[in-house]
Write a protein that binds this ligand. Structure first.
Ligand SMILES: [Zn+2]
Length: 284
């Protein structure tokens, strides 16, 4: 199948009241694990690449790997840019064949974020590419901040509504209590904010920092309007955890394939469990 825009997957997710998993890919084995999981679960899937992944693997390699996987696949696949922070990167990804881009203008004041995001939406939509925008700052758990400070970082509901309506983005990332990286303590989600924004605007909300969020919270968030859940940290942990075990069990192994193949299998099973949790399993 050829790659599909994010909008197509999220329109279906809204109809079916589920979320589509967005999994970060950095190399061939991870791309293969994600697509194999989607095939086995009959699930639509989003493969996303961060600017770090593009720097590591190369934009051409990322696109070629995902297109090769999609060509063999029978489930719909979207290739999405995760946290694009500058105009040139976003446009380069659109030109290279991404079917969705995130423009993360959260470093700018609201008015400038809106203006810059609108410009990206205009360009992307002209060529059938979807856009995710971000209002408010989604922090990292590595940022040492207090609970009060975390509370203050939550995106005010009126800001989220204004941003969504002004920009015309297809998916909306806002700060509702999750963070990037491994959590020291389970996050406390502001479910009321998710519900308020989704009810008022119909916006498809994105859960960033989905790794390590308790399953019940994920389910509740999806019931209230989360339509895309980003998973990166857990994939890293599952993949490298198995590689560590394999290396420990086979200290004399010299064939990387003997180490990577079982790690790819463990990663695939981990992703399948996420697809069942998000409700997207069986939807393709
Ligand atoms: Zn993120």
């Amino acid at each position: 199948m050829s790659l599909v825009p994010l909008r197509t997957l999220l329109d279906a997710a809204e109809q079916g009241k589920y979320a589509v998993g967005a999994f970060n890919c950095n190399n061939m084995e991870i791309v293969q694990a994600i697509v194999a999981a989607a095939e086995e679960c009959r699930s639509p899937v989003i493969l996303q690449a961060s600017q770090g992944a593009i720097k590591y693997a190369g934009l051409d390699y990322i696109v070629a790997m995902v297109k090769a996987a999609a060509a063999r696949a029978t489930v719909p696949i979207c290739l999405h840019l995760d946290h694009g922070t500058d105009f040139n990167t976003v446009v380069a990804c659109i030109r290279a064949g991404f079917t969705s881009v995130m423009f993360d203008g959260s470093q700018y004041e609201k008015a400038e974020n809106i203006a810059r995001t609108k410009e990206i939406v205009k360009i992307a939509h002209a060529v059938g590419v979807s856009v995710e925008g971000e209002i408010g700052k989604i922090g990292g758990v590595e940022d040492e901040i207090s609970v009060d400070e975390r509370e203050a970082m939550l995106t005010p509901v009126p800001d989220a509504i204004e941003f969504f309506e002004a920009t015309g983005v297809d998916a909306l990332a806002m700060s509702f209590g999750t963070a990037h990286g491994p959590y020291k303590l389970p996050p406390k989600l502001a479910l009321d904010r998710i519900a308020a924004v989704h009810e008022k605007t119909g916006a498809y909300l994105v859960m960033h920092g989905g790794s390590g969020v308790p399953e019940d919270d994920v389910r509740q968030g999806i019931a209230l309007g989360i339509r895309k859940v980003n998973i990166d940290t857990e994939l890293r942990q599952a993949f490298l955890g198995e590689i560590r075990q394999q290396l420990a069990a086979k200290p004399h192994e010299i064939d990387p394939r003997k180490i990577f193949a079982p790690a790819r299998e463990v990663l695939k099973e981990h992703i399948k469990a996420k697809m069942r949790l998000f409700g997207c399993a069986g939807k393709a």
